[in-house]
Design a protein around this ligand. Sequence first.
Ligand code: FES
Ligand code: FES
Length: 173
Amino acid sequence: MQIPSAPVDHSADRTAEKRELFITVNGKDQVLLVDPWVSLLDLLREHLDLTGTKKGCDHGQCGACTVLCDGKRILSCMTLAVMKNGSAITTIEGVGEPAALHPLQQAFIDHDAFQCGYCTPGQICSAIGLMNEGKARTREDVKELMSGNLCRCGANIGIIDAIMEVKTGGSNE
Ligand code: FES
Ligand code: FES
């Protein structure tokens, strides 16, 4: 006869598994002790209190969690924080100041490119990443390359208008 075993307490093991993480977030160096399974999204929101980055699907399907890692756009919900040891992360909090908005932030306002605003931080970080990539030449390219960022409010036309305005220096062609 098999004797049922007592529930095992893994909390001690979990503490032992924590990893030291060196990461720069919005220009500020951070040294953190994190569990290896913590996503970059949860690290930003729950450990660093940077709640501008949004959790939508938490499965890589909506783009709400987009941030910049060394200038490239990534989905922070699909990224383990420990994978980004030594990297420089930029969130929407690091993109502009209320008194000195990033041109994309201003263009989003000018073009009514949001309603509830939930997708907006991800849209703006993604648009900065798209411009850094330098691949999008036409409006159709921008639409295609921004298709990973969903907007439930249907503000897509304004979003593409805003990006095109900044990309083309105002001609919006
Ligand atoms: S929350 Fe990351 S893609 Fe949706
Ligand atoms: S503005 Fe509401 S989801 Fe995009």
